[in-house]
Design a protein. Structure first.
Ligand SMILES: [Zn+2]
Length: 267
């Protein structure tokens, strides 16, 4: 790393946790999610476009000038923070750098936890999440990722709270101990995942539905996709969270009948 802001042991534990988050597809998909570690004068954060799963085998982190970034946040000055880069590896800091700087804990871990997102996309998410998480957290209404989101978090932040649920986006967990922070993140994800599974209700299934070029998975949890309910198809065609748009476009291609699918597949 070539800097004295962090100890070697801090860095290696931080990278190990970043890797463990990155290799769990329920928490991080592709280049999504980001992690950071702070010292008094700087912050090491995942670089834009890099993948957390590569934390141990590639140089994916950028060191940035923390006081300078915090000054910009105080002044509400949106910026790419390129002039705040300290490291010399030609990487640019993540789009989500500003909220990492804003949250005043040594470690900030942000993931696109599928269980969190599944529970944070309904109109009554906040109340539902309160029942399920059963500890203090900040519910952040949806804001566009980047500086706008950071300004939204700034309005709600409380120094003692380490858990942030981002509506239609994901989960942030902060702390001064890397293991504790990682375990808290897993704990929140698992609580929400379990609740979702327990509440799963079987839907009416179209018997013998056959679709050319597709094989429907014969498992309870995929039965949702076999439902004849047209409202579900209409729902699937919307976007629920930023990665949805990045990976799937404005909506998941949906179809209700074999004939319609055939028309879609221009082979
Ligand atoms: Zn995110």
């Amino acid at each position: 790393m070539g800097n004295s802001s962090f100890t070697e042991s801090e860095i290696s534990k931080f990278k190990e946790v970043s890797y463990k988050l990155g290799k769990n597809p329920s928490l991080v998909q592709a280049a999504g999610g980001n992690t950071s570690i702070k010292s008094d004068k700087s912050m090491l954060i995942k670089a834009s476009g890099t993948w957390l799963i590569n934390s141990l085998n590639k140089d994916i982190f950028v060191e940035v000038n923390l006081p300078s970034i915090n000054q910009k946040i105080s002044n509400e000055h949106d910026d790419s923070f390129e002039e705040d880069i300290i490291s010399k590896n030609n990487l640019r800091p993540s789009l989500e750098t500003s909220f990492h700087a804003l949250i005043n804990y040594k470690y900030v871990l942000h993931v696109h936890s599928t269980a969190t997102i599944a529970n944070a996309i309904s109109s009554d998410s906040k109340n539902e999440l309160e029942k399920q998480i059963n500890e203090d957290f900040i519910f952040v209404p949806y804001y566009r990722p980047g500086f706008t989101l950071t300004m939204g978090i700034k309005k709600l932040i409380k120094p003692e709270i380490k858990i942030f649920i981002l509506e239609n986006h994901g989960l942030i967990v902060a702390g001064d101990d890397i293991e504790e922070t990682y375990n808290l993140l897993l704990n929140i994800h698992n609580k929400l995942d379990k609740t979702r599974n327990n509440k799963f209700t079987n839907l009416e299934v179209t018997e013998g539905l056959e679709i050319d070029n597709y094989r429907l998975k014969n498992s309870e949890k995929y039965r949702l996709f076999m439902s004849p309910d047209e409202n579900l198809y209409s729902l699937f065609s919307k976007s629920f969270y930023p990665d949805h748009v990045i990976f799937l476009g404005p909506g998941i291609p949906t179809f209700v009948e074999k004939i319609k699918l055939k028309n879609l597949l221009v082979i």
